[in-house]
Design a protein. Structure first.
Length: 730
């Protein structure tokens, strides 16, 4: 072994590791480079045959083959992985050079070249290649490699999926011819030409459509790169394309929406103002400019509060905006405040506020939507005052006003309504309206009429109070409409006309009485005329005729017959006395002269005596004083009432006694006339045919006085007349 070492010492200086083994695979020699690389010394590996310690399990069998098979005893060169003494592995390119002696293998000279770094590099390159191929196929973008002739040399899975083809259907085809729309081919070819010329910047990114198998066009955004061989020669292009069809559509839709938003912003009928976090105006719409009376250039960039809010409100408004920008939105989402426009006019604005934030959620400003409510607030104030006035009129009106639902229940009413029907408000609200109708049928008829004509006027109804009392009322009402113009109820006024109706009946009765009285007076006057004419003809006529005869006979008087003349004068005188008495009697019947000579009381006493003489009915006049002085009309009227009482008593009462009292007080004269007859009935009192009573009433009323007539059947009749004194007679 030592000799062998000496025989091969020339190899020690070599940097290439040398291993010499004999024909039985025993180690004969290793040089220093071998020892350094493997970590073994010759002593450690001497007499080892075949199973050398640097070998791995993979290459033990391979290295034994040159020595076991004669056919393999030839020069060989291969790469092997070994392990050093310390266990670390390394790669060598092993050259095996068999040395023969007389055609027999003498030994084998083996040299190593350490290729560990190379192998690592190859492994790394392979890994990178595998990763690149995997990335190429799994990329979520379209990857296409096109050679200088525009043919596809490779395409990834995503690209095949996007095009709708299999990989082998795409590779080898001209890219522009088969996959680019004809209208864009020239443009794409121009881009490729720029790339191939090395003019990368303008062609590095571009967009064009591709045509899929179904004929659909998809918009793709391309990023391009040149491909070169190991010598730097450009051999093609690599295009990385992202399908931006939906993105572009979304972008176009977003742009459209932004345009719409801007259009809405500019054309909105409310003020729209955008403020930044410093309360400066970023944008304002046309309505806002109109309210402010300024152009956009005069507004944008100015501080909102300092320039457009009244001094007294600035602190409050600024505080509100600050709180909004802090995110306190709910409490301050709506507020009202005044602003001052360029003309110095103060406008009241109702604001709806919303914060603006970026994609990270950071608040960047405020969007304020403001409605000019100056006129509306003024109208609301007027309406409120009008409602207050209406409510005051409603409550204080003397007319009974109510509001009811369509189905017939009271909703509201004023105090006059409550007073009229005798209910409390708690009782009447919600009460069925039919309760105030004397006849419930009238409610249905009223509803039919008001819904047909929308209103009714002077609708006459018989109504019923809470205590059951009946009233005659005039109802004037109209329908109430809801916001949809449908009938929701009714509003009306009840007016009590019971006294008016009574007055109408009384007036009608009075008119009839007056007509009857007028006919009676005409009849009485004619009878009086007839009576007077008869008296004048029968009595005065006869007496005057007799007197005329006596006077005429005197014309034939014999002057010597004085006795005859005296008798004729005496007879004529008697006729004249009778004539004078008749005239007085007729005059007294028409109007007693005693009224003028003696006064009312004395005349009434005289009339009572005459009445008693003629009728036999005892008649007594009781008085406190004879010195009662009345005006002419009052005296005559009272006397005529007294005469009418006497006449009626004689005709109808069957009385035996009459008592008359004449009483004075400070303000009026009262005459009480009472008989003990049968008593006047109610029917006679109210009858329009009781002309004597009607005459009494009319005479008393004409004097401004009062008359009270009472009758008790079987106990007589009492008539009391009270006539006021006139000022000049008091």
């Amino acid at each position: 072994m030592k000799e062998n070492r000496q025989d091969h010492k020339d190899y020690d200086s070599l940097t290439v590791p040398i291993l010499i083994i004999d024909s039985d695979t025993s180690v004969l020699y290793i040089n220093n480079a071998f020892e350094k690389l493997s970590g073994y010394t010759l002593l450690e590996i001497t007499d080892i045959k075949g199973l050398y310690p640097w070998r791995t399990e993979k290459n033990v069998a391979i290295l034994k083959e040159p020595y076991s098979k004669p056919s393999m005893l030839s020069y060989s060169k291969h790469q092997q992985e070994y392990k050093k003494k310390d266990g670390t592995s390394f790669w060598v390119e092993e050259t095996c050079n068999p040395i023969f002696q007389e055609s027999k293998l003498d030994y084998c000279l083996i040299s190593w070249v350490d290729i560990s770094d190379y192998r690592k590099l190859c492994t790394t390159l392979k890994q990178e290649k595998d990763w690149a191929e995997k990335s190429f196929d799994t990329a979520e973008v379209m990857l296409v490699i096109v050679d200088r002739e525009d043919k596809v040399t490779n395409i990834n899975t995503y690209g095949c999926h996007l095009l709708g083809y299999k990989k082998d259907e795409v590779i080898g085809k001209h890219w522009c011819k088969y996959f680019v729309p004809e209208r864009e081919r020239q443009k794409v070819k121009h881009v490729v030409d720029q790339l191939l010329k090395g003019d990368l910047k303008p062609a590095e990114y571009h967009e064009n459509h591709i045509v899929t198998r179904s004929g659909e066009e998809r918009l793709v955004a391309w990023h391009n790169a040149l491909l070169a061989d190991e010598y730097g020669n450009i051999i093609g292009t690599l295009g990385s394309g992202a399908d931006i069809t939906e993105q572009r559509r979304s972008a176009e839709l977003l742009k459209h929406q932004r345009d719409l938003v801007q259009k809405y912003f500019d054309t909105a009928e409310v003020m729209l103002i955008i403020l930044d976090t410093k309360q400066n105006i970023v944008d304002v719409n046309n309505k806002g400019l109109k309210v402010l009376q300024l152009s956009k250039n005069d507004v944008v960039g100015k501080n909102w509060c300092n320039n457009f809010i009244p001094k007294e409100d600035r602190h409050y408004v600024s505080k509100v905006i600050q709180n909004l920008l802090k995110g306190e939105l709910k409490r301050l989402e709506y507020n009202e405040n005044a602003l001052v426009n360029n003309n110095g006019e103060v406008r009241l604005i109702a604001w709806h506020n919303a914060v603006l934030a970026n994609e990270r959620g950071t608040i960047t400003g405020l969007l304020c939507s403001g409605e000019d409510i100056t006129e509306r607030k003024g109208a609301e104030l007027k309406l409120r005052r009008s409602e207050e006035r209406y409510r005051t009129l409603f409550e204080q009106s003397r007319d009974a006003i109510y509001i009811s639902s369509r189905d017939g229940y009271f909703l509201d009413m004023n105090q006059a309504m409550l007073d009229l029907f005798g209910y409390t408000k708690e009782e009447m609200i919600g009460m069925d309206c039919r309760k105030v109708y004397a006849d419930p049928y009238d409610r249905g008829q009223f509803q039919r009429d008001i819904e047909r004509y929308c209103s009714v006027q002077d609708y006459v109804l018989q109504t019923c109070k809470k205590d059951g009392g009946k009233m005659t009322c005039l109802l004037t009402a109209m329908i109430r409409l809801d916001e949809n113009e449908n009938i929701s109820g009714y509003q009306g006024i009840f007016r009590d006309i019971t006294h008016i109706k009574s007055a109408e009946l009384n007036l009608k009765k009075s008119q009839e009485e007056l007509r009857n009285l007028s006919r009676h007076l005409v009849s009485v006057r004619e009878k009086e005329r007839e009576h007077i004419a008869g008296e004048l003809h029968d009595e005065l006529g006869q007496m005057l005729t007799a007197l005329k005869i006596d006077i005429a006979s005197i014309n034939n008087w014999d002057m010597a017959d004085q006795k005859w003349l005296a008798e004729k004068v005496k007879s004529s005188t008697q006729f004249l006395d009778l004539t004078i008495q008749t005239v007085k009697r007729i005059s007294t019947e028409i109007r007693p002269r005693l009224l003028n000579d003696l006064g009312l009381v004395a005349t009434m006493c005289w009339q009572a005596e005459e009445y008693q003489k003629i009728t036999g009915i005892k008649c007594k006049v009781v008085y406190s004083s004879e010195d009662i002085v009345l005006d002419h009309d009052s005296t005559v009227a009272i006397f005529r009432i007294f005469q009418e009482f006497l006449t009626n008593t004689f005709r109808y009462a069957e009385a035996t006694r009459i008592m008359v009292r004449v009483m004075e007080d400070k303000d009026c004269l009262t005459i009480e006339m009472k008989d003990n007859g049968t008593g006047i009935s109610r029917e006679a009192l109210s009858s329009t045919r009781s002309l004597g009573l009607i005459g009494m009433r009319e005479r008393a009323y004409a004097l401004g006085g009062k008359i009270d007539i009472k009758g008790i059947i079987g106990h007589g009749t009492t008539i009391t007349v009270a006539v006021p004194y006139k000022d000049n007679d008091s």
